[in-house]
Design a protein. Structure first.
Length: 366
């Protein structure tokens, strides 16, 4: 018997040639696995990225590498084993009847659905990266808020669709009847998840009404900070103390919200006191000089008010009110400090001194 005849020998219902085909297909898949995954990634990159700047091809490959490799191996495994038959003496039932064939077939389908879902979620993440890169080229902040919101919706849709396909393909569930059943049980679910649904609806209000967007400085419920993320259930805020707070979306729209980023100026208001020994002329000059400086400062408007307000308990009180044309906290503090130093210089230049609380005690002689 020559070697060619040996290839036709039958073992467990399949020829040696069939087993060699399976082995060769698997080896071919393993050897070219990385190359095929890389080529598919390049093709997807060219199709969806276009001319978007700031998006790295390697980033897509790193996201899709593992799910693509698993997907390719599953396809190769299907092609390789399609030439094999179960031994007739095993009397294995058809794949639509309960048995080994059904279990293997449905396990394969289940694993395939999971891998495809995994790849779809990774691709959705990369799509979000592309859209955010394009959004950075625009001046509007709305797209910075819309894109993460849409990506979350797409991820949920992918997962829900995968679950329905999984139930229908693996467990042979009537998906139509399942959806109808969910509709009937929807009321009970809504009552059980009342707070979550309220937060979800509030997220749509925030999305469409836009009381604030990502990057805005807001003040709500005693919290002041910068909005960093708006999700389905909550909004994440970075406070001035660098704490990272999570506030329910319902709270963001039910309470009075002050969007500080919508202000054109920051208000500064305080009083200074000079000694009672300060003359009328000195006091008038101090008020006039500070008013002139505030009016001429490049970062204040013409609404500043400087007035001799009252006779305090231990000082002559001067009211200082002005507005700084920045919403940047660091810049605001720097300009305010600069103005404070100039106020000190004006008071000293007029020969006056700042007052501080004092008490005069008279001692009776025995």
């Amino acid at each position: 018997m020559n070697s060619m005849e040996y290839l036709d020998d039958i073992y467990f219902g399949n020829s040696v040639q069939d087993y060699l085909w399976v082995l060769g297909s698997l080896l071919f898949g393993v050897i070219l696995l990385r190359f095929i995954a890389h080529r598919i990634s390049n093709l997807i990159f060219r199709l969806i990225v276009g001319k978007t700047e700031g998006v790295d091809k390697q980033e897509l490959y790193e996201l899709l590498e593992k799910p693509l490799k698993w997907l390719i191996m599953l396809i190769v495994l299907l092609i390789a084993t399609s030439h094999l038959d179960y031994p007739p003496e095993w009397d294995i039932a058809a794949k639509d009847e309960f048995g080994i064939r059904m279990l293997l077939h449905r396990s394969y389908v289940a694993f395939l659905i999971i891998v495809i879902t995994w790849a779809a979620l990774r691709l959705t993440k990369f799509l979000g990266i592309i859209l955010m890169a394009r959004a950075e080229l625009t001046e509007s902040k709305s797209d910075d808020q819309i894109i993460p919101f849409l990506m979350e919706i797409i991820k949920i849709l992918v997962i829900v669709l995968s679950i329905f396909i999984f139930m229908g393909s693996v467990f042979k569930v009537d998906v139509g009847a399942l959806i109808a059943g969910l509709g009937i049980g929807g009321l009970a679910l809504a009552l059980a998840a009342k707070e979550s649904l309220e937060n979800l609806l509030a997220s749509f209000v925030i999305f469409f009404d836009k009381p604030f967007v990502i990057g805005d400085l807001v003040k709500v419920s005693g919290v002041t900070g910068t909005v960093e993320k708006i999700g389905f259930r909550s909004t994440r805020i970075r406070t001035l103390e660098k704490s990272y707070l999570t506030l329910p979306n319902r709270q963001m729209i039910d309470n009075v919200l002050d969007n500080l980023s919508m202000r054109t100026f920051r208000r500064v208001s305080f009083n200074i006191g000079v000694l009672y020994g300060t003359s009328e002329e000195q006091l008038k000059n101090i008020v006039v000089d500070i008013q002139r400086y505030i009016d001429e400062h490049p970062h204040t408007n013409q609404d500043g008010e400087i007035h001799f307000m009252q006779f305090g308990a231990s000082s002559l009180d001067i009211m200082i009110l002005y507005y700084i044309d920045t919403m940047d906290w660091g810049v605001f503090l720097k300009i305010k400090e600069e103005i404070n130093f100039e106020i000190m210089r004006i008071v000293e230049e007029q020969g006056a001194d700042f007052a501080f609380p004092t008490q005069t005690i008279h001692l009776a002689k025995d």
